[in-house]
Write a protein that binds this ligand. Sequence first.
Ligand SMILES: [Zn+2]
Length: 309
Amino acid sequence: MSQELIRILFVGGHGRSGSTLVSRALGAAEGAACVGELRYLWTQGVTKNQLCGCSRRFRRCPFWKAVGRAAFGGWRNVDAPEMARVHRSVMRIRHAPRHVLPGASGAFGRDVQTYAETMAKVYRGIAEVSQSPVIVDSSKFPTSALLLRRVPGIELRIVQLVRGPHGVVHSWSRQVHRADKGGRLMATHSPAQTAAEWLAFNAVIESFRLSRTPWTLMRYEDFVNRPREELSRVLEFAGLPSADLPFLGDGTIDLPVDHSVAGNPMRIRTGEVPLRADEEWRTVMRPGRRRLITAFTAPGMLRYGYPLR
Ligand SMILES: [Zn+2]
């Protein structure tokens, strides 16, 4: 493999914003490969051997086996528990300023360097095995994006995915069973925590506008209403020629099998899936709560073009 830069299209923003669907749609295009939320590689994949998007256990998935071989001569040659520890150490959101400002030193600085150097090998392995010019990483998390700037040999492009805060808050408060984890419940967060994180995560991801990293915005609602237009635009932003996107139907998408290492349970679903904004919150959310969320997230709503009424 030559030492060409590996292009990463990072889908960033807050959880439950539709990133699994959007990333898989991007990954379905010619020249792109979606690997899901790669920040969970060391915990959910290598250590816990959970399900890949292809419905096989991580260690039985031929794609990830090949990536492990290409990157390290096999996953057994990496200290996975140590990498899981390093990942926890560097990923904390309170460390975000330390990833932006110079001077990450001491044990933290060493963890950052270990993480960046190891992930460089992982991305190179993915590029080699997938033979795709663009790798779609839907890790979302702001510190994940900040860390990617330290990974040698990659060229980073950011698509910030935003979904209106009411739908996001509603989704985090709902009890959902995970088809990919034996029916276990998905994590839930309080409305206050979700609203605060929605503002904060989006602000950090948007800060990439001020850096030299190419950045673009996609609203989830625009994606489901005008999927062809929005996908073409972001694929072009990622440097891929706008293809004819044969997997898009009339209000549907035909999802191929992919090898997303972690993400929303819908990552194991394949075939035709309807494209629609989940607007359940409009009928079930109490008006008082709705107003509070609007008031609290108003700066972000205005910024991303969501009407306050
Ligand atoms: Zn797989």
